[in-house]
Design a protein around this ligand. Structure first.
Ligand code: FAD
Length: 334
């Protein structure tokens, strides 16, 4: 058996994956969570961090990004191994001494697990890239699609590109941290939440509408940018140390459809009432799962219940003497 054999590996750290990780921990399973993005939270973090959600049990209303923070705290309570920025490309069965295991391969490493829970939602998110001269060459060298380490931006001159929540949020987040920030957006309509935009307008950050990036400059690292006004054609050169591109995301189920699982349509994995796919020890929950014969109800609350069921089912798969019912958490000391 491989050294690093996990009981349960969860693919996707959206709300379903995070809550499932908590349940798996409660069942004492050695758990790993793998997420293709460098951040957790799935659709909530990527598509609508500033929106209020009204249908999460126990919250009359909660900001999506605040729910993600709470889910992260809860999901990582039992300290699962967490691999971010890693997309699983291949799932297959390997024969090992001592029994067969699931093998999950990303482009960087291979993981081994007794059971697998797929909570991949609407698929792996990848940031939309900006196809302008200099940008691809300087990606990771000052051109960033995610802020992975805010400390690196301390005292820097930053150009932010985009008009959605991420672009506006990063302006607000970095305003007292960077030496200067300029926001450019190709239109005069912003997708960002109105309240955040209003807050941004109160700062001294220039909001340059109808301006786009024409070229990123720099050899080993970003040193500047050429921007242009798409209405007048005017061009300007700017000295900047970082270019943060926040122009949305694409989601794609990608390789998952080729892992040998029965599908319902082309977006859902077919599961039974215990969240089991047709592969032994492989479960699906949340937006990606369709319980056979039922129309999927793609809501956060659905994923919570399905994730809890799948984690408990995985516990009984690994130990057939275990009960499906985990006991009440109120009787535990966590
Ligand atoms: P996701 O949130 O999609 O997370 C899946 C994660 O898996 C992603 O982070 C993805 O990067 C990762 N992943 C995918 N493939 C791989 C791979 N191969 N390897 C590694 N990682 C992978 N629901 C409500 O209940 N109430 C609401 O008010 C509400 N409002 C919404 C508003 C908007 C604008 C949208 C778009 C959705 C809303 N929803 C709402 C729906 C809700 O967001 C989803 O039901 C929920 O996010 C599903 O969670 P999930 O964890 O199953 O999937």
């Amino acid at each position: 058996m491989p050294d690093e054999l996990y009981d349960l590996t969860i693919i996707g750290a959206g709300p379903t994956g995070l809550f499932s990780a908590f349940y798996a921990g409660m069942r004492g399973l050695k758990t790993k969570v793998i997420e293709s993005l460098p951040q957790v939270g799935g659709q909530l973090a990527v598509l609508y961090p500033e929106k209020l959600i009204y249908d999460v049990p126990g919250h009359t209303k909660v900001l999506a990004k605040d729910l993600v923070s709470q889910l992260e705290l809860q999901g990582f309570h039992f300290t699962p191994t967490v691999c971010l920025d890693e997309r699983i490309e291949i799932l297959d069965r390997r024969q090992m001494e001592g029994g067969d295991v699931w093998c999950l391969q990303s482009d960087t490493q291979t993981h081994f697990s007794k059971t697998v829970l797929i909570t991949a939602g609407i698929g792996a998110f990848t940031p939309n890239k900006l196809d302008k001269p200099g940008v691809a060459h300087l990606e990771g060298k000052g051109v960033e699609y995610f802020v992975q380490d805010k400390r690196k931006l301390r005292g820097k001159r930053i150009l932010i590109v985009g008009g959605g929540d991420s672009a506006v949020d990063w302006c607000l987040n970095l305003k007292d941290w960077a030496s200067s920030i300029v926001l450019i957006h190709r239109r005069d309509q912003f997708r960002a939440h109105e309240a955040s935009l209003a807050e941004l307008r109160l700062t001294d950050i220039p909001l340059m509408t109808f301006w786009e990036l024409k070229r990123a400059h720099g050899e080993d690292f970003v040193s500047g940018a050429t921007i242009y006004n798409n209405k007048t054609g005017e061009e300007r050169e700017m000295e900047v140390d970082a270019i943060l591109v926040n122009i949305g995301f694409k989601a794609s189920l990608g390789p998952i459809a080729a892992w040998g699982m029965e599908m319902q349509g082309n977006r859902h994995l077919k599961v039974n009432c215990l969240q089991e796919t047709n592969l032994p020890g492989v479960y699906a929950a949340g937006d990606i799962a369709a319980v056979e014969g039922n129309e999927p109800l793609s809501l956060i609350v659905t994923g919570f219940a399905q994730g809890a069921l799948a984690a408990n089912r995985a516990a009984t798969f690994i130990n057939p003497d275990a009960k499906l019912f985990p006991g009440h958490s109120s009787e535990m000391r966590l």
